[in-house]
Write a protein that binds this ligand. Structure first.
Ligand code: RP5
Length: 167
């Protein structure tokens, strides 16, 4: 399967959270590459991974990092592809530092910043699916089905709650 999404993270300590993005891409049958590369500790490698992404067939990049999180911004500077940022918890400020670093990009270099942590990593996967859906009607139909399943899940949970309240 050709990789269409590149998942990058700053450290192996980010993997337990960034696996949420991978899970979603697997669920939708989308090929991806996953690499550890740091904006600060391995800037050359990060720049090469980002600047070569288009020629490898990548269409969307997801970048997760914690603390002074410059990974998504640096990647966005090196590619024309859409970049989705995931701020990761850890460190004294528990992800708020990474959130501010990612969301406050200067005009000209956008990154789409998700929520801090696992919800953000999951949503990054889903946002990548949505981007790819624009030119793929079959994927778009599967995404629509996913959305309906969320609402069905809530209805089921409410039905279970009502049953419990009657006991
Ligand atoms: C960031 O620093 C990484 O993305 C990670 O979230 C954080 C800490 O990295 P380690 O010290 O755990 O390698 O660059």
């Amino acid at each position: 399967m050709n990789a269409e999404v590149l998942i990058l993270m700053g450290s192996d300590s980010d993997l337990p959270v960034m696996e949420e993005s991978a899970k979603i891409l697997k669920e939708f049958g989308i090929g991806f590459e996953m690499h550890i590369s740091s904006a600060h500790r391995s800037p050359k490698r990060t720049s090469e991974l980002a600047s070569g992404a288009v020629s490898r067939g990548i269409k969307v990049v997801i970048a997760g990092a914690g603390m002074a999180a410059h990974l998504a911004g640096v990647v966005a500077a090196e590619t024309i592809l859409p970049v989705i940022a995931v701020p990761l918890p850890g460190g004294a400020l528990n992800g708020v530092d990474a959130l501010y670093a990612m969301v406050q990009m200067p005009g000209g270099i956008p990154v789409a910043t998700m929520a801090i942590g696992k919800a953000g990593a999951k949503n990054a996967g889903l946002f990548a699916v949505q981007i790819l859906s624009v030119s793929d009607p079959e994927l778009s139909a599967r995404f629509e089905k996913y959305k309906s399943s969320l609402s069905a899940e809530v209805a089921e949970k409410d039905a279970a709650l009502q049953k419990r309240l009657l006991q």
